[in-house]
Design a protein around this ligand. Structure first.
Ligand SMILES: [Zn+2]
Length: 229
């Protein structure tokens, strides 16, 4: 997809997702009046792992009411490196169907669990989804690969602000689409999460730098409307 001059846009994403991504992360997004994308693996509902307690049904309903987007992240959070291409495809379909049944909405934006992607799955899953996101860093600029959108981790604490600022400045220069992702948002975050202060600071820096914050689907709508095919 050609991005044209509709940028710079930034999307904040939460994967799996741990409850704190919504209860704390969602509250921070709300305080700025912006929305995020929650890539949910529905098989994780009501479970607890090293990222903390995972989402509940009430969280799903509530985040949609708040205006956030629900994306698909398979059902069982499987890696396409560990299962066959057909099993992986089944897990993706199962996850999307479970969201349809639980929530009544279609989750057509997808993120690869663990960021693992193969040429085979990229072709198969890419054909079924509005977009697919990986974990290869950098900025989506000029031409975005909707089958493997670039995204940058937002892990740790405020020591990561310099990196965030550099990415934001580059995104403004290239009028691009910058995507951040994280998991749990809490003081004692996992290695795959961040502190509430860091998320708050990252959003604040995004706004101050002149970048516009919207969820993934809305970003594609904005860029997609920018140019004739
Ligand atoms: Zn995940």
């Amino acid at each position: 997809m050609l991005l044209g001059d509709r940028g710079p846009i930034v999307s904040f994403c939460f994967d799996d997702f741990p409850r704190t991504a919504y209860t704390t992360g969602g509250t921070i997004l709300k305080s700025f009046g912006v929305h995020g994308t929650y890539y949910v693996a529905l098989g994780l509902i009501n479970t607890t792992n090293t990222l903390g307690d995972q989402f509940t049904q009430a969280d799903l309903n509530s985040l949609l009411e708040d205006g956030h987007e629900l994306g698909c992240h398979t059902f069982n959070h499987s890696s396409c490196r560990n299962v066959s291409a057909s099993s992986f495809e089944m897990d993706v379909r199962k996850g999307r169907e479970a969201i349809r049944q639980h929530i009544g909405s279609d989750a057509s934006d997808f993120a690869y669990p663990y960021g693992h992607v193969s040429m085979r799955s990229k072709g198969i899953i890419g054909a079924q989804m509005n977009s697919c996101r990986g974990t290869y860093g950098g900025i989506n600029e000029r031409v975005a690969d909707l089958n493997l959108l670039r995204a940058n981790s937002l892990y740790g604490d405020v020591e990561g602000c310099a990196r965030v600022e550099a990415l934001l400045a580059e995104n403004v220069r290239s009028s691009g689409w910058l995507i951040f992702y994280t998991h749990d948002v809490r003081k004692n975050h996992s290695p795959f999460g961040c502190t509430p202060v860091f998320l708050d600071r990252a959003i604040s820096l995004t706004v101050e730098s002149g970048n516009h914050i919207v969820p993934v689907k809305a970003a594609i709508d904005i860029f997609g409307n920018a140019l004739p095919e």
